[in-house]
Design a binder for this molecule. Structure first.
Ligand code: NDP
Length: 253
């Protein structure tokens, strides 16, 4: 129960990687605010697990994040652990990608991390302990064909934690990013369905195709990402700061 009494906030905490991290932090004693746009789904998972607290919040909407995090802090105390996980993964060939596609991805994946960390940090006092983790991607470290906006957005996430680690150097708050390869979550299920349709192949073959994007050619499970997140949020990871950690079955870049 290393996080007993601490308040953690996970954006996109109602599904996939975010939910798995939320449950693990709650098991370690934290009171965990899980956020997303779909309140019914958040409420449902909160009903199933002690110490999860649902909060409707759209990370692409500044006021929604600032008001939501301030309210969560009022209810459960300063946000000592913040996992900026909410994100969307949409591909489009560069030549035909629309400005709306670009802006939608940037608003969620980049602006969302910026405002989430800013609002979470604002709840902490001088010298307070904190762990800020952002979920980037292998696309935050190398180029991904047919997904320029996603690639740029995830590179920006790495830039945010590197910059913040310098700006807050010497304090008790650390900033790191996790860069997973293909993880078996609703995002991969949706992508596999699209690939299956586009290529005229089975769903299983489409999943195998995505798995080959990982160096060991296997889809990751969410608990592999969670294990790394738990470590970054631990007291022992005090000196790990400004890192972008690859979880992809091998060296990416
Ligand atoms: P999910 O689709 O399950 O999770 C995405 C979450 O983000 C959902 O809970 C969704 O909640 C939330 N979300 C999306 N847009 C918004 C928004 N505007 N405001 C608030 N919440 C939002 O997939 P994953 O768990 O896989 O994705 C989590 C993160 O991991 C993403 O950042 C993704 O890019 C990253 N990632 C995933 C990989 C994978 O292979 N699965 C690989 C590398 C990185 P709601 O719908 O309720 O808003």
């Amino acid at each position: 129960m290393q996080h007993h009494g601490r308040h953690a906030l996970i954006t996109g905490g109602g599904t996939g990687i975010g939910l798995d991290i939320a449950r693990a932090l709650a098991a370690e004693g934290a009171e965990v605010t899980i956020t997303g746009r779909n309140l019914a789904r958040l409420q449902q998972v909160a009903d199933e697990t002690p110490r999860l607290h649902p909060l409707q919040m759209d990370v692409a909407n500044d006021a929604s994040v600032r008001d939501g995090i301030a309210a969560a802090a009022q209810a459960r105390g300063p946000v000592a652990i913040c996992v900026a996980n909410a994100g969307i993964a949409e591909g489009a060939p560069f030549a035909t990608a629309s400005p709306e596609h670009w802006r939608r991805i940037m608003a969620t994946n980049v602006d969302g991390v910026f405002v989430t960390f800013q609002a979470a940090l604002a709840t902490l006092g001088p010298g307070d302990w904190g762990r800020m983790v952002a979920i980037s991607s292998i696309a935050g470290l190398r180029g991904l064909k047919g997904a320029i906006a996603y690639t740029a957005s995830k590179h920006a996430v790495v830039g945010i934690v590197r910059g913040l680690s310098e700006e807050y150097m010497g304090g008790a708050v650390t900033f790191n990013a996790l860069c997973p390869g293909y993880v078996d979550t609703p995002i991969v299920t949706r992508n596999a369905a699209q690939i299956a349709e586009a290529k005229g192949i089975s769903d299983a073959d489409a999943r195998a195709y995505l798995a080959r994007g990982n160096r060991h050619k296997q889809l990751l499970s969410t608990d592999e990402v969670t294990a790394a997140a738990l470590w970054l949020c631990s007291d022992g990871a005090r000196s790990v700061n400004g890192q972008a950690i690859q979880i992809a079955g091998g060296h990416v870049t």
